[in-house]
Design a protein around this ligand. Structure first.
Ligand code: NAP
Length: 185
């Protein structure tokens, strides 16, 4: 745990919007519609931080889940295709509608977080309203076609960091960082 003493956005009302992402050292998060690495232990972390929560996901990332909803979570898929229907998932046609549906679901579930789980397009449209970022930094430089932006230290304060050596089913070591939005003055 490493706090900087800066004021963080604890005053914003729950449910908080939390972006959950894994980023390589070169900013890459995806390649050809898939994750560009194999990190089994990090998948368990992803499951733990999103479990029991509404998850907002872009249609392309949803397809990378083998078109099966993530279990134990309300899957809210964002698409511009008004005809798309996905058994076991809620389909919305705007990011605003997805976040509104996620807020309602979080209140019904009695949880105080909405997880936004990508991909790049959806992160880009939700970063401005996020309260917290849970970022896995993967110690790799893979080729990729989708990236996550640099985290601006003027806007975000790192409040937690844990380091993880590569396990037997992990391609690389990684660290997990939690950032809270700094209160604007
Ligand atoms: N490393 C990580 O943590 C992580 C996490 C998630 C994803 N990824 C990777 O990221 C890549 C996918 O990211 P991506 O940016 O290509 O796609 P994406 O963000 O998963 O999905 C984009 C799709 O979302 C829909 N969409 C986006 N904005 C919308 C809006 N304002 N209103 C309505 N619908 C909207 C559109 O769907 P339609 O085309 O159906 O209209 C669009 O094509 C994959 O490689 C995936 O593996 C990595």
């Amino acid at each position: 745990m490493s706090g900087t003493g800066d004021a963080v956005a604890t005053a914003s009302r729950p449910p908080h919007v939390v972006l959950v992402v894994a980023v390589a050292e070169n900013g890459v998060i995806g390649q050809g519609g898939r994750l560009p690495w194999r990190l089994k232990s990090e998948m368990r972390h992803f499951r733990d931080v999103t479990w029991g929560r509404p998850v907002v996901v872009g249609r392309r990332t949803y397809e990378s889940f083998a078109r099966k909803p993530l279990p134990g979570r309300t899957n809210i898929v964002v698409t511009r295709d008004r005809a798309l229907a996905i058994p076991g998932a809620l389909v919305t046609t705007s990011v605003a509608d997805a976040l509104a549906a996620a807020r309602g679901d979080a209140l019904r579930r009695g949880v105080d977080e909405i997880s936004v789980v990508g991909g790049a397009d959806i992160y880009a449209q939700t970063l401005a309203v996020a309260d917290r970022l849970v970022v896995t930094r993967v110690k790799l430089h893979p080729p990729g076609d989708t990236t996550f932006p640099r985290i601006d230290p003027k806007l975000w304060c790192e409040v937690e960091r844990t380091d993880h050596a590569a396990g037997p089913d992990d391609e690389a070591a990684y660290s997990i960082h939690v950032y809270e939005r700094l209160l604007s003055s």
